[in-house]
Ligand binder design. Structure first.
Ligand SMILES: C[S@@+](CC[C@H](N)C(=O)[O-])C[C@H]1O[C@@H](n2cnc3c(N)ncnc32)[C@H](O)[C@@H]1O
Length: 250
């Protein structure tokens, strides 16, 4: 692996958010739907990005998948996931890696890739975000299916308002950051009272059109683009903060 990259959000996962995400259980409806619809052959290989305590990797194993690899940037998360794997007598292979540097995996290795819970939106540097998308493409086999989840900028009416206020504040303070880089609204279920403070860890909220074009530019073919709300309850079509993009590598 190349030099470690300083990653403010990863520090949060190593500390404040560790207990919650190391021990998260169950599967949300949108994830179950996507896995059922797109990961249809349990003999194929799977890669899970930002696995935390291995929640989704273990779920896939329960479904009958045998060749599962999962990585996380936080070594403590991976140590915890490995302990759980030992207890469960699981064959999932857990590795420490940053989504922006998957050099531990060879080219064209995986049939199915899943990037759940907006893992790439925790990458604050836009160049590294783009590198992470290219890394996903590199390790995907031709014909593979990739399920990405992102924070959906257009899902919330108040995002553009928050963005405008932040952009103005940042300009006055001489800080960097675009209107799509928003600090955490909530941390561990509680409102982030430091939202407007200086130097907050930020999350990258994407626009549907822009992220679609970016993935297509890398080489992916788009299969579907849906907000979690649209997936879970198509009749209601209410949008939540999660945007899923399902792609194939031709
Ligand atoms: C919201 S948690 C989701 C954990 C797990 N996928 C789940 O759904 O239960 C996000 C995880 O992504 C990891 N993460 C954040 N940035 C990452 C990156 N650049 N590369 C790999 N993992 C990352 C965090 O350490 C954390 O464990």
């Amino acid at each position: 692996m190349s030099e470690p990259i300083h990653h403010v959000n990863a520090d949060l996962y190593a500390h404040d958010l560790f207990d919650r995400w190391a021990n998260e259980q169950g599967i949300i409806a949108a994830e179950a739907l996507l896995i059922r619809n797109y990961f249809t052959d349990a003999t194929k290989s799977v890669l899970e990005a930002g696995t935390g305590g291995g929640r989704i990797a273990f779920y896939l194993e329960q479904l009958g998948f045998k060749d599962i690899q999962a990585f996380d940037i936080v070594p403590k998360m991976i140590a915890h996931a490995r302990e759980l794997a030992e207890k469960k007598q699981s064959a999932v292979q857990f590795q420490v890696a940053n989504a922006a540097d998957l050099s531990i995996y060879p080219d064209q290795q995986f049939d199915y890739l899943i990037y759940p819970q907006q893992v790439l939106c925790f990458i604050e540097d836009r160049t590294l975000f783009h590198t992470a998308l290219r890394e996903a493409y590199r390790v995907a086999k031709p014909g593979s299916v990739c399920v990405f989840s992102f924070l959906d900028y257009e899902a919330r009416w108040y995002n553009p308002i928050l963005s405008s206020v932040l952009v103005l504040l940042r300009r006055l303070r001489g800080e960097k950051g675009t209107g799509y880089d928003l600090p955490w609204l909530k941390l561990n279920g509680a409102v982030n009272k430091k939202f407007f403070h200086k130097h907050q860890p930020v999350l990258y909220w994407v626009r549907r059109k822009k992220i679609t074009e970016e993935l297509q530019h890398i080489g992916f073919t788009m299969v579907d683009v849906k907000n979690a709300g649209e997936l879970e309850n198509p009749a209601q079509g209410k949008r939540t903060g999660m945007l899923y993009l399902i792609c194939t590598r031709p």
